[in-house]
Design a protein. Structure first.
Length: 316
């Protein structure tokens, strides 16, 4: 196809590119002073708790090398937990433990990890191996989410998460990220997870993408990923809208999970959410963002903002 024709089609569907996202929305609506609220997962968790928003329970925080030895005692009665860098990004450095065998920890991929290997991983995290900019970091050890049974057949050894893009407090686009064998059970698109667009009004999955390939079935389970109705959809959108308020940011990605016992939980917030969500939805962000931008004064009520989004942003 003629490149000018392609460019015209992209403009018509409102596909946002990296430069446009950064210049028109991130830089314009995200004040730098608020970045620590989302770049530091411990601060995010504390703000969410203060606001009465649900997050995974925090078991321990490791800030210094000498504290690593104490962690084993703190986790003595925990069969499952997650260790993650406070300043990590893209899922790097996240260690999921879902059981034990003697003195060893069992990882989500089934491999056993010695106590020494576990200590080494925490030490690497503290040194900044997985952090933004390689700066010294801290380790958060928290509750391991048990995903909702609706995802039993469309996830491979990992917890799916829901990404909602929120602009000026209004949810504008959403997708669910499904772990695969290729992604090693992580819900990270760059590592091989599937992105599945979610219709904002109904909470139904509409289309999926795996890398650059459109998909209708999970490659590992061969079950359909289309037509899933995400449980507690309105609640998820409302939590995302409220989380955006506490972040202080105008353009933010909110990542949530559905625990089978606890319901929706906030995993993290992102000041620079990626643009692959557009491909997963087969739709561009720009038209939706401009519609919100045209609102002179955003409604202070998160319920009203969610109602607006569910009315105005169907997936075509």
């Amino acid at each position: 196809m003629n490149p000018f024709r392609i460019a015209k089609l992209l403009r018509e569907i409102g596909l946002a590119g990296l430069n446009e996202r950064n210049a028109e929305f991130v830089l314009k609506y995200n004040q730098r002073k608020f970045y620590p609220r989302v770049d530091d997962k411990l601060i995010t968790k504390q703000l969410a708790i203060e606001a009465g928003l649900p997050v995974p329970e925090l078991y321990a925080v490791v800030r210094e090398e000498h504290e690593i030895e104490e962690v084993h005692e703190k986790l003595r009665d925990r069969e499952a937990f997650v260790a993650k860098p406070a300043h990590g990004s893209g899922g790097d450095g996240i260690l999921i433990i879902n059981g034990r065998r003697g003195a060893k920890y069992r990882r989500s991929n089934g491999h056993l990890m010695t106590r020494e290997d576990f200590d080494h991983h925490l030490s690497n995290t503290l040194s900044g191996l997985f952090s933004l900019g390689g700066q010294p970091d801290a380790v958060l050890i928290e509750y391991c989410v048990q995903f909702d049974p609706i995802f039993d057949h469309v996830s491979y050894k990992g917890v799916p998460d829901v990404r909602v893009i929120v602009f000026r407090g209004y949810p504008v686009m959403a997708m669910i990220r499904l772990p695969t064998r290729q992604s090693d059970g992580k819900a990270n698109l760059h590592q091989g997870a599937i992105g599945v667009g979610i219709d904002i009004p109904t909470g139904m999955t509409r289309r999926g993408v795996w890398g650059n390939e459109p998909v209708k079935e999970h490659p590992d389970t061969e079950h359909s990923i289309i037509g899933l109705e995400i449980p507690r959809w309105h609640e998820l959108l409302l939590i995302a809208a409220r989380a955006a308020d506490l972040s202080g940011l105008g353009y933010v990605g909110c990542d949530l999970v559905l625990d089978k016992q606890l319901g929706p939980l906030i995993l993290e917030l992102n000041a620079r959410p990626g643009l692959a969500i557009q491909i997963a939805n087969g739709n561009g962000l720009v038209h939706r963002l401009r519609k919100i931008e045209a609102i002179e004064t955003p409604d202070p009520d998160p319920e009203a903002r969610v109602a607006f989004s569910r009315r105005e942003f169907p997936t075509l």
